[in-house]
Write a new protein. Structure first.
Length: 256
């Protein structure tokens, strides 16, 4: 099986840099896609309460036959559930059929003054052992700093939209400086896969433009969670380790 590179989140927690995203996957389709992803080598599965597929994802993990410790599981709390933190994690764990998640994210920044209190509640859930790490999604660098300054503990991860068309060197550097892992979702959305640059690089390595984009994420140090329901595309999205981009090719993609 392909050895997927990992990011150290601290406290001995290793997060695979390629995961399987399950947004918009519902019902039996969510189960079958997740099950196939695990079968072909994915060891990082990303879901969320609002995806309404935690039950199907959990069933796929259970039916995979893999040891729980070998699958990195992420789910997320909707900001509207800020007053139901304990109940929400309990519901997620029950649906997922597991005793803990590896990463729990605040899906979007809550409104009003709940930013820091919610983060304190997340830290308490982590300290209870119901999640190994906690992080955020769709947060600004300023909001991350607010959490860190108030509690002395930074998010392990910030999951945000990321692709060549969204590339920001300063934003990437800001996360690195703070020791916050950047995780990108919608890696292919908004990217012109027929772009001449991507086509030239793909032809050189005998891969697809989509694979070039996903490999680009890894080469610049961004965790990526592509999604698909097609078995061949699920496999293709993980087949990223027979090539790597040169610094010049990376720079060209940065400018797209």
């Amino acid at each position: 099986m392909t050895e997927i590179p990992e990011v150290n989140l601290g406290s001995g927690i290793e997060m695979p840099m390629v995961g399987f995203g399950t947004w918009q996957l519902q019902g039996q389709l969510a189960y079958e896609a997740t099950r196939h992803a695990l079968q072909v080598g994915y060891r990082h599965i990303d879901t969320a309460t609002i995806y309404r597929n935690e039950e199907q994802v959990g069933r796929a993990i259970a039916d995979s036959g893999l040891d729980r410790a070998d699958v990195f599981v992420t789910t997320k709390l909707p900001p509207g559930n800020a007053g139901r933190v304990s109940a929400t994690i309990a519901e997620s764990l029950k649906a997922l059929r597991i005793d803990y998640v590896d990463l729990w994210l605040v899906h979007w920044p809550p409104r009003g003054r709940n930013l820091v209190p919610l983060w304190r509640d997340f830290l308490a859930v982590r300290d209870e052992g119901l999640t190994r790490a906690v992080g955020v999604s769709n947060y600004s660098v300023r909001q991350i700093d607010d959490l860190t300054e108030a509690t002395g503990e930074k998010p392990a991860v910030n999951q945000i939209p990321w692709s060549p068309s969204r590339y920001e060197a300063g934003l990437l550097a800001a996360h690195s400086e703070r020791g916050v892992a950047l995780e990108g979702y919608s890696p292919l959305k908004g990217t012109r896969l027929r772009d001449r640059t991507l086509a030239e690089i793909a032809a050189k390595y005998g891969v697809t433009p989509a694979q070039v984009v996903l490999r680009w994420h890894l080469d610049i140090g961004v965790i990526v969670i592509p999604k698909s329901v097609r078995p061949e595309r699920i496999e293709q999205n993980l087949d990223l380790f027979t090539f790597s981009l040169t610094p010049e090719e990376t720079a060209r993609i940065n400018r797209l």
